[in-house]
Unconditional design. Structure first.
Length: 217
């Protein structure tokens, strides 16, 4: 999409970006720059999309998309990014998030729960928790399993000699210890509403839809 992306100093580092909606539910948003580390490490033809969304009560979550170009190394295991930013991953869980549009299906995601230390202004350092949810998507392909994505890429190269452009989508929210479940509930609601606004690939209709169809006269 012809919308620029910026570095932390406000310089334009790309003329195109991955589309993310400006508003989801009652959340407003603003764009977030791409980090200097990413710009120096990832291939030059990588395309980014990144926005932080804020609800009226102050709850925030950041959505990030990394879209590979011709170089497959644009996308790597997300755990490296999280630990590289100082987080200690305590739990990894494969789960799903219900999405109702354009049809009802369950979005496969990986949920990482991590612990970190933050310092705000002159205050003492405090322990915080992060919920990091991610998945991978390509044309007609959807998975939260890094190894599954790698297998599909290898399969496509063998069968067709080409590789699809995969995108790595993530959603991050930070909370105080003890609020992990409540935070994830809000993330699930947000992701379920946001995904249909920017992602074309969907999962198959889920069992709930199939059951309703089967019992409808």
């Amino acid at each position: 999409m012809p919308r620029p992306i910026y570095d932390p100093e406000g310089k334009v580092v790309g003329t195109n970006s991955v589309y993310l909606p400006e508003q989801v539910l009652n959340y407003s948003s603003e764009p977030v720059p791409v980090t200097t580390l990413e710009l120096g490490w990832l291939p030059k033809d990588t395309t980014y999309g990144r926005r932080v969304y804020k609800a009226p009560d102050g709850f925030e979550t950041m959505v990030s998309v990394v879209l590979m170009g011709t170089d497959r190394t644009s996308i790597h295991q997300p755990q490296y990014c999280l630990t590289g930013q100082g987080w200690r991953i305590d739990q990894s869980e494969m789960t799903t998030i219900p999405v109702e549009r354009p049809h009802s299906y369950d979005l496969p995601v990986m949920k990482l729960t991590a612990t970190g230390v933050r310092k705000a202004g002159t205050a003492d350092k405090t322990v915080v928790r992060s919920l990091y949810v991610y998945w991978f998507v390509a044309d007609h392909e959807l998975t939260a399993d890094h190894l599954q994505r790698m297998w599909w890429m290898a399969r496509d190269l063998i069968r067709t000699g080409t590789s699809q452009r995969w995108a790595y989508v993530s959603c991050l929210a930070i909370c105080v210890p003890g609020q992990e479940e409540a935070t994830f509930r809000r993330m699930k609601q947000f992701i379920g509403a946001a995904v249909p606004e920017f992602q074309l690939t969907t999962g198959p209709s889920d069992a709930r839809t199939a059951s309703l169809t089967a019992t409808t006269p």
